[in-house]
Design a protein around this ligand. Structure first.
Ligand SMILES: Cc1ncc(COP(=O)(O)O)c(C=O)c1O
Length: 386
């Protein structure tokens, strides 16, 4: 029998990285050494003390049971405590925190919980594909993609947003552009959402991936009436653990929790315990732990080598203050450039995969060591793989 997918599922294009994998898989099968700047998955290992904690906790019988959809209270308390240390905010762990199975799950489920058929979702373009993809399509919502522009430092301009929207997704430090924002900008967007009755979903997955003295603020410093999604994935190299958190307005947290109660049973308890350990590494005044700082030093150096190398090759490339992405205009269609790069044994991500308005841009993730970045730059300079 042939089984047709539901109409809404058919509308979702294949996930960007699936298509990329197909393209580079052929080269790999031929034995090519592909230098991979594609997917945003840290190559550095999870800090050992976090892994040790997870292993020890997994051995305990009480941690082998179902969790709860809102997450373990002890991790919710740890998240609230982290917000106090990191942002000076007073968060109620019972009403303002929900633990998620990675931030992606929360970003999707918040729309399930609050968006009705025909409602408008504002998604920045370029942007993380879930906002305009699954979050919109699974709720029969209407997505308005608002372009981020280089001349506005890739900051979403609320004056370009429709006023009747139910929900707005915003993400800084930004994937894919690497752009960052300050608290004043956040206050502007926050106030606009308040005036327009729009739910503000702030994606803070890269809040701890910052350089050059920049430290990302929290949207909740602009005001309490928003929901912020954080993640253990990038900060602690824990992408495979699938652990994140949502913090903010109690109604939004209650709706998300109710929705999750119908879908999942929470992240595994021993994973949540590892998350507690990770957050406990922060200092009393929000000082970033050494293991995170060390990793950021590694990314900062790779970023410097890549950006300087790309500039030498003639690309106009900004040194990002956040994320581990380098973003630049490649001077041709994103896909054509990506194809050429694959022929050099270098995997990059076409900007157009994050929104048509970003055609002509390329994202490179600094998940390769410096010597491999230099090798990739050399291949680009020579215009050949050999
Ligand atoms: C902007 C953004 N938000 C959310 C996520 C999801 O992260 P996770 O589900 O691993 O917490 C990612 C992952 O790459 C991302 O780039």
């Amino acid at each position: 029998m042939n089984y047709e997918q539901a109409e809404r599922l058919k509308q979702i294009p294949p996930y960007l990285f699936v298509r990329l994998e197909q393209l580079s898989a052929a080269k790999k099968a031929e034995g090519w050494d592909m230098i991979d700047f594609g997917i945003g998955d840290p190559d550095l290992p999870t800090p050992e003390e976090i892994v040790d904690e997870m292993c020890a906790q997994a051995r305990l019988n009480e941690n082998q049971k179902y969790s709860s959809s809102q997450g373990c209270r002890s991790l919710r308390v740890a998240v609230a405590d982290w917000y106090r240390k990191r942002f000076g905010l007073d968060i109620d762990p019972d009403k303002q925190v929900c633990i998620t199975i990675g931030s992606k799950e929360g970003i999707f489920n918040i729309a399930q919980a609050f968006v009705d058929e025909g409602d408008t979702i504002i998604a920045p373009s370029p942007g993380y594909p879930v906002y305009s993809g699954a979050a919109t399509l699974f709720n029969e919502a209407n997505c308005v993609k608002v372009p981020l522009r280089p001349e506005k430092d890739w900051l979403l301009d609320v004056d370009e947003c429709p006023k009747n929207a139910r929900m707005l997704y915003l993400n800084y430090p930004n994937n894919p552009t690497g752009a960052t924002c300050d608290l004043e900008y956040m206050r502007r967007v926050y106030d606009w959402c308040q005036e327009n009755g729009t739910i503000l979903c702030f994606d803070a997955a890269y809040s701890e991936m910052c350089y050059d003295g920049y430290r990302a603020p929290s949207i909740l410093q602009a005001g309490p009436d928003a929901i912020e999604f954080g993640s253990f994935s990038k900060t602690f190299c824990m992408t495979g653990f699938r652990l994140g958190y949502a913090v903010g307005n109690p109604d939004l947290i209650a709706g998300l929790t109710k929705c999750k109660g119908q879908i999942d049973s929470g992240a595994p308890i021993f994973i949540q315990k590892a998350g507690e350990k990770a957050l406990s590494l922060y200092g009393e005044n929000g000082e970033t732990p050494k293991c995170v700082l060390d990793n950021m030093d590694v990314y900062a150096e790779r970023r410097r080598v890549l950006v300087e190398g790309l500039r030498e090759l003639g690309f106009d490339c900004v040194m990002p203050k956040g994320t581990f992405y380098v973003w630049f205009n490649c001077g041709m269609s994103s896909f054509e450039f990506t194809q050429k790069m694959i022929d050099l044994g270098v995997i990059v991500t076409p900007g157009s995969g994050f929104g048509e308005s970003a055609d002509g841009y390329i994202r490179m993730t600094v998940t390769e060591p410096v010597e491999r970045i230099r090798l990739a730059l050399e291949r680009m300079r020579r215009g050949s793989y050999q």
